[in-house]
Design a protein around this ligand. Structure first.
Ligand SMILES: O=P(O)(O)O[C@@H]1C[C@H](O)[C@@H](CO)O1
Ligand code: HPA
Length: 325
């Protein structure tokens, strides 16, 4: 299913050609970086320097005895994912120099370092959203910190509203692709001078969501008998904090979007820029606009059931990856 759905344009040949082009441009970029800059907008990429990121990473890994393999960002309604982490060391964001504050419900501003299914995991209980007043580079900065901590896999989660009429509250959407509305209008966390220590100037996004990891997640859905609750879909990031209008939702549906949210894609961009493998899923927290809204108590129960499935999915994913299953 994945091969068919996961982008017709993603042929191996096309990606290889793009990689050759990127390699050719690396040298030009090194030369260009050495020249004085003539920058007309405040560049996102200058907000955190490599040194800033390295200092944060050193502080975090000094608290861990083993090398972390997995990074996790817990979305809204998904802070309970950190309950899976054994013997965690917990660091307040306020103790990490230059980390912004979390200002919204469910995002507690705590970083966990610990073990999950035998692997060392660094989990962020709280992300930064653009609508809170953060630049996109600040929103995605933690991904670079985790990269310098040594992780290989970036697991990104979020709450989302259903656009696909077959989705229900409490369902899980495995993200196979996204539409980056910010990017359409020239707003990208990579805007500005590129630091080659993180990655190349241009980033291929046609294979952003790792197909092998999606396959594993689909297998897990079957193993735990939750395949009806689990979907494979396309996420669109709007700016928030307002929810989309009915017309916006119909428009999103018409262009192939299955769920809509206010985050995640900028983190995926940073993760792919620095070569991390990405696995992402959304917990559906709002029904599509055409479905009648449900009483709060019913919605809470459905979300709670979804949270439990997300916990099972996460721990089995880590187990499978860790044991090459
Ligand atoms: O961090 P995520 O994307 O999970 O949070 C979403 C976006 C809003 O902050 C909130 C809306 O319900 O959930
Ligand atoms: O319904 C939604 N719409 C947009 N963003 C969201 N984030 C959580 N739920 C939603």
């Amino acid at each position: 299913m994945c091969n068919k759905d996961c982008c017709a344009l993603k042929t191996a040949l096309q990606i290889r050609r793009m990689k050759i082009l990127i390699e050719q441009r690396r040298q030009q970029e090194e030369e260009a970086n050495a020249k004085p800059k003539n920058i007309i907008v405040t560049p996102e990429s200058l907000i955190y320097s490599y040194d800033d990121i390295e200092k944060m990473a050193k502080l975090i890994i000094s608290r861990s005895e083993t090398r972390p393999k997995f990074g996790l960002v817990c979305g809204s309604n998904l802070d309970t994912l950190t309950d899976l982490i054994e013997n965690p060391i917990v660091i307040d964001y306020s103790d990490i120099p230059k980390f912004p504050d979390c200002t919204i419900h469910d995002h507690k501003g705590k970083l966990f370092v610990g073990t999950l299914m035998g692997a060392t995991v660094i989990a962020l209980q709280g992300r930064f959203h653009h609508y809170e007043g953060n630049s996109l580079a600040s929103c995605s900065m933690p991904v670079r910190v985790l990269k310098l901590c040594g992780i290989e896999y970036m697991i990104l989660t979020c709450a989302a509203g259903a656009v696909n009429k077959n989705y229900k509250v409490g369902d899980i959407m495995l993200i196979k692709d996204h539409i980056n509305m910010f990017g359409w209008f020239g707003n990208n966390p990579l805007n500005g001078p590129n630091d080659l220590r993180f990655g190349d100037r241009h980033v291929i996004m046609a294979d952003a969501y790792d197909e092998g990891l999606i396959e594993k997640a689909l297998e897990i859905g079957l193993e735990i008998g939750q395949e009806d609750r689990m979907h494979l879909g396309v996420y669109a990031c709007l700016g928030g904090p307002v929810y989309e209008t009915a017309t916006e939702q119909r428009f999103l549906r018409s262009i192939g979007v299955d769920a809509v949210g206010m985050s995640l894609v900028q983190e995926v961009i940073y993760a792919r820029h620095c070569g991390l493998k990405v696995f992402s899923f959304s917990l559906i927290s709002m029904p599509p606009i055409e479905q009648p809204d449900m009483p709060e108590s019913v919605r809470d129960v459905s979300i709670h059931q979804g949270q439990i499935v997300c916990m099972e999915l996460l721990s089995r994913m880590i187990y499978k990856i860790q044991n090459n299953l």
